[in-house]
Write a protein that binds this ligand. Sequence first.
Ligand code: DXP
Ligand SMILES: NCC(=O)COP(=O)(O)O
Length: 250
Amino acid sequence: MTEFVGRLRLGVNIDHVATVRNARGGDVPDPLRAAKIAEAAGCDGITAHLREDRRHISDADIEALAANLTVPLNFEMAATEEMQKIALRYRPHAVCIVPEKREERTTEGGLEVAQDENRLAHFIAPLRDAGCRVSIFIAADKRQIEAAHRIGAAVVELHTGAYCDAHAEGHFDERDAELERLRDMSSFAHSLGLEVHAGHGLTYDTVQPVAAFPEIVELNIGHFLVGEAIFVGLDASIRRMRALMDEARA
Ligand SMILES: CC(=O)[C@@H](O)[C@H](O)COP(=O)(O)O
Ligand SMILES: NCC(=O)COP(=O)(O)O
């Protein structure tokens, strides 16, 4: 089932502004300032991942974002009791449950929902009751999508990392196969009534084929935008991404 869903939303992930700040300690660069620039550049939401080890975003960042944003906050977190308490304190517009491994450099894969269904169903219930849209960050995998649907998630965010990595490494057959998987699985998730988002590792070079899938309503993009901002400024990097997304959608 496909349908035209209108303007594709851009959620700007500001985690890696905090990474730069934390390299030295102190207060600069300030993720909230980045979020305000992103709002002015026309983003549709701000994404921030409060990792359990606080390697980038801090508790104080979440407090500042929750108090000052005018666009919705998408709060990414692991499925732990500590994070659930924080989410229930701030009640962000959306909570995206992501897997975390201590030794990983970034979020390597999607959440294993199918093997942890009962626990996750109980875990997300209070978040849903508090009014948060619960999103599950998963690989483009039918089994995981079906499990996310069964536990009562409103949204699935499909991990685009494998597609982006294959492109960056010049493995174009693998890239095309990953893209095909993303296309099929976004359509499948949509057919179950799930809202479909995608993200991780997207760049100017990789965003358009994903943005063209009509079932996807939101892309969350961060690391590349923050890196590009070093050269052109954050406002310009976001506006260019926005333009590429709109072009692909048209
Ligand atoms: C879940 C996700 O894909 C992003 O939020 C990403 O996790 C950014 O943070 P890291 O680079 O620490 O993984
Ligand atoms: N959920 C994915 C996200 O928020 C952004 O990931 P990245 O662009 O920083 O890799």
